[in-house]
Design a binder for this molecule. Structure first.
Ligand code: PLP
Length: 441
């Protein structure tokens, strides 16, 4: 198993990074130098990878869909700014994400807001400041938004989030096709359209389907997208008027584990060509702009998590490499975020990359729980205190999806590498206070 994980790590290193003098480099810079400069634990993001992935996806889509980056994957302000500068819209899930999106320079009409528990304050905020679409998810929300829109003297531009029927599913973590708090069950569409039609302060302009995350099979994505087109045709026919947008969701996956095969963009391109043909043939879909809202696919491979070895020991035959980083910064790598079976993320040392003498070990963090394990069966060269361990594929659902308050260890810095320069885009701190304000002497 450790061998397979190592193979994936080396494939990812040759795809995205470089090895100079047997040490790992990201964005042309040495990970060891960056760790010395910014301290560890540390998240590093290469803006070049982000841009390249966006460009490749755009090229595969060939104009089929506009891209709205899903902020929840990594909400760092500078990452959002980078996406906005590259021309994406943003998909948000909270009022705070709305404020981040605006601060990153995203025009209000390029923001879509989905989420099953939007508060009055959040809805009032986006109604007052402007937003592309609010994606409504329940009858209760329809009623409440109608009242809030009247109070604000605005017409709310809404999209209808639909929980698609089971046959249109696929993906590792299914979000639709079964009972879920997300969106309206597809079977209830006639009642939903009737409820919206009665409320003059709501303008239905779009549809939204999001079926699941971490989809590596282009055919599964195409199946879901085709189903979205089908639903849109039916809704337009039932309304008797065109809709402006069809948001087909995110969910494009990346390889994390030894048997994962990267999503093949060439295959996706072929499917998309067929879908474009179908759109062109459908009068109901004429003029409708199609959107996808990926997060993980765009930012996941651009980020790495760097920790330094604090200690090591052997317990009953297992070698433990104990680092200053762990599940409090990277819950997903520890296998505690949505995985049923805990498998190792691709992990590597930052140095001695060609070493042939390797030790099988468990890479663990500083928390007092066995859950705090970053790798269970990792092959690493001999590690000493201060050596660096790097978790690849760490740009998405990492820091912001982790229990940073647990045990009050400092939160890591985040650093963006862009065109040969390294810039801190988030300072280290605690989950509630900047480090500089702590009475540490
Ligand atoms: C509504 C919605 N859109 C987009 C995404 C982004 O998904 P992914 O990062 O898998 O592309 C999510 C993730 O949960 C989501 O809930």
């Amino acid at each position: 198993m450790a061998e397979a994980v190592r193979k994936l790590a080396s494939e990812l290193i040759s795809e995205n990074f470089s090895v100079i003098s047997d040490t790992l480099h990201i964005g042309g810079m040495s990970v060891e130098d960056l760790a010395r400069r910014f301290g560890t634990p540390l998240f590093l993001y290469d803006a070049g990878i982000l841009r390249a992935r966006l460009a490749e996806l755009r090229s595969a889509l060939g104009g089929f869909a506009d891209i709205f980056y899903s902020v929840k994957a990594n909400p760092n302000q500078e990452i959002l700014r980078c996406f906005v500068q590259e021309g994406t819209g943003l998909e948000i899930a909270s009022g705070a994400e709305y404020l981040r999106a605006r601060a990153a320079g995203c025009p209000s009409e390029r923001i879509f807001f989905a989420g099953p528990a939007k508060s009055d304050a959040e809805l009032q905020l986006v109604l007052a400041e402007g937003i592309g679409e609010i994606h409504v998810e329940s009858f209760e929300e329809i009623e409440r938004l109608d009242i809030l829109a009247r109070m604000a003297g605005r017409r709310a531009h809404i999209g209808l989030r639909i929980n698609p029927e089971a046959s249109a599913q696929g993906g590792a973590m299914r979000m639709g096709g079964r009972a879920a708090p997300f969106g309206f069950d597809e079977e209830t569409l006639p009642e939903v359209l009737e409820a919206i039609g009665k409320r003059s302060s709501l303008l239905l302009q779009g549809l939204h389907l999001y079926s699941g995350t971490q989809i590596l099979d282009a055919g599964t994505l195409a199946k879901q997208w085709r189903h979205g087109l089908d639903v849109a045709r039916r809704v337009v026919a039932s309304l008797g008027r065109p809709l402006q947008t069809l948001d087909l969701g995110g969910g494009l996956g990346i390889p994390y584990f030894s048997n994962d095969r990267a999503l093949c963009l060439e295959t996706l391109k072929d499917h998309v060509a067929q879908l474009r043909h179908e759109v062109a043939q459908s009068s109901e879909l004429t003029g409708m702009s199609i959107v996808i809202e990926p997060g993980r696919y765009l930012i996941g491979p651009a980020g790495i998590y760097v920790c330094s070895v604090q200690s090591w020991k052997i317990s009953r035959g297992t070698t433990f490499v104990v680092t200053d980083g762990g599940m409090h910064h990277h819950l997903a790598a520890s296998g505690n975020l949505g995985q049923f079976v805990k498998r190792d993320y691709p992990i590597t040392s930052a140095a001695n990359l060609s070493a042939s003498e390797l030790t099988q070990c468990s890479v663990v963090g500083p928390l007092c729980t066995p859950l705090d394990t970053l790798g269970r069966d990792v092959a690493l060269p001999k590690m000493r205190r201060g050596d660096l361990v790097v978790v690849l594929q760490s740009g998405a659902y990492a820091l912001s999806a982790s229990p940073t308050g647990f045990l009050s260890h400092p939160t890591p810095a985040e650093v963006m590498l862009d065109q040969g320069a390294a810039r801190e885009i988030r300072s280290p701190g605690t989950f509630s206070q900047p480090l500089s304000q702590l009475p540490l002497g």
